[in-house]
Design a protein around this ligand. Structure first.
Ligand SMILES: [Zn+2]
Length: 304
């Protein structure tokens, strides 16, 4: 993702209010932070997962295998990103896993599965052309969602759930928004009549020292959802969710917001290893993944 100012993009602000009631309540199953952390390690074992790399190909297969264990409704959205000027042509894949497809009221949970092809923030300039491992920036959000997939396959939540793993989020040069969020842009453009009640994007949720501030676009364009999530965090005693806006992030939620889906970005942007070669699993923890997993399950299973 990329840090932006509010002038950089234009969003529609007229979302229909979404309903957070009218469903049956059910007790909340347990999230397993250790299992989620194993999901993070497994992704990192494939190495950097930037589009075009061997790790990218292997991870695509891994994610499909993993999700197909939990639902029969997994599909891929394959597309090509090409930039003739820069002579780039990349094969990309969004991975979409649906749970309880018969339910009309749906929730979108998403994360990006690709990793950045260069470590342009690395303090060692000789390493800046290397791809990053993306333990936090890439693997962490996916790790939580794979564990969520396992849990919701076993116990029906209040809504139908669609997990979307976006490709091509992180290939751009800083400041050039065209280089980011290819997968979510492609999805938003081709979503047809898909209209979930709301969505939550997880990005960089694995930092050992987890601190998630309200993201600016989320707060502005999906205010009620931010309020709901923060009040649930409070009820769970999750002090890692901070009660103020700190950054405006151009992330995968922005194309979705623009397409009329209220999606918020849960992101810890105070991560010193962001876009460096030191974004490795030792900087992440199962405890952080546990906190985010508990929060998501609370939203999926608890009515009020
Ligand atoms: Zn990134």
């Amino acid at each position: 993702m990329n840090l932006t100012t509010k002038r950089d993009i234009f969003l529609y602000s007229c979302f229909l209010p979404f309903l957070l009631y009218g469903c049956t309540s059910s007790s909340q199953p347990k999230f397993d932070g250790e299992r989620a952390f194993a999901n993070l390690l497994e992704q990192c074992q494939f190495g950097p997962r930037n589009p075009g790399s061997e790790g990218h190909q292997k991870t695509r297969k891994y994610l499909l295998d993993k999700l197909q264990r939990h639902t029969n409704f997994v599909k891929t959205q394959d597309f090509v990103y090409s930039d003739q000027e820069q002579k780039i042509k990349l094969e990309l894949t969004n991975i979409i896993a649906s749970f309880y497809p018969e339910k009309n009221k749906r929730v979108l949970l998403c994360a990006h599965w690709d990793t950045r092809p260069f470590a342009d923030r690395d303090p060692d300039t000789t390493l800046q052309a290397q791809p990053i491992l993306g333990a936090n920036d890439g693997a962490s959000g996916v790790a939580v969602l794979l564990e969520i997939a396992r849990i919701i396959s076993q116990k029906e939540p209040l809504w139908g759930v669609d997990i979307i793993l976006f490709d091509g989020e992180d290939g751009g040069q800083e400041g050039d928004l065209n280089g980011f969020c290819w997968g979510s842009k492609y999805f938003a453009k081709n979503k047809g009549d898909y209209q979930p009640e709301f969505g939550i994007l997880l990005d960089m949720v694995g930092d050992k020292d987890l601190a998630i501030y309200k993201e600016g676009y989320s707060s502005r364009y999906a205010t009620r959802l931010v309020d709901l999530v923060w009040s649930r965090a409070k009820s769970l005693g999750l002090s890692c969710l901070k009660d103020s806006v700190k950054y405006f992030m151009y992330d995968d939620h922005v194309p979705l917001l623009t397409a009329g889906i209220p999606v918020i970005d849960l992101i810890d942007f105070d991560y010193p290893h962001w876009h460096t070669t030191s974004d490795t699993p030792d900087k992440c923890s199962s405890k952080s993944l546990q906190k985010i997993g508990d929060l998501i399950l609370n939203i999926l299973y608890q009515e009020n």
